[in-house]
Design a protein. Structure first.
Length: 188
């Protein structure tokens, strides 16, 4: 059963990765770099500040720092626990796929997918009260995570498991934030 699932995972990776072309490699390399998204993060921070004020925004940033640290550390535990080779490092397929970027670390599960989904889930839970179309922030996570498949750095299951972990983590940290907020720093 697991062998069949991993085989399907590899086939899906080969298909999705094969959709790329050299024409768009630069775009996807740009997309996958976290620092290139700073304007989006600043915009989201501004939206938060506009609705909940400076003090509350600082509390949100504190919880997001905890969330990102949690996501990063648990992702590393999984990566070094499973030690799944990245597609770009896997000698069985790295000559079959388009390797646009290489990495020597392990693949399962995707930290990019986990952390992007965790932060967007957390922000979504806060912003949805104030903005009707706040669900659109999840598009960033989807595009950001797909870049990892495009570049040959992750299998689709790595992305899916990262998303699931991120959704759960973001939601749980949001619930903790709400409990702490009500008790210690309510919105006035």
């Amino acid at each position: 059963m697991i062998e069949k699932l991993l085989s399907l995972d590899t086939q899906l990776l080969i298909f999705l990765n094969g959709l790329g072309s050299e024409t768009y490699d630069g775009l996807w390399l740009f997309i996958t770099k976290q620092t290139n998204w700073i304007p989006l993060f600043l915009f989201l921070l501004y939206l938060l500040y506009k609705k909940i004020g400076g003090k509350q925004t600082l509390y949100v940033l504190l919880f997001m720092a905890v969330l990102i640290t949690w996501s990063d550390q648990v992702t590393n535990l999984f990566k070094y626990g499973f030690e799944r080779l990245r597609p770009c490092s896997n000698p069985e397929i790295n000559t079959t796929i388009r390797v646009v970027k290489s990495s020597n670390s392990f693949s399962f599960f995707s930290g990019h997918a986990a952390t992007s989904m965790a932060t967007m889930m957390f922000l979504y839970e806060i912003l949805r009260t104030y903005y009707k179309h706040s669900y659109l922030i999840f598009l960033w996570s989807l595009i950001f995570a797909y870049s990892r498949i495009y570049l040959g750095l992750h299998y689709p299951i790595d992305i899916l498991c990262g998303f699931l972990f991120g959704l759960l983590s973001g939601y749980v940290i949001f619930k903790i934030y709400k409990i702490v907020q009500v008790k210690y720093f309510p919105i006035v």
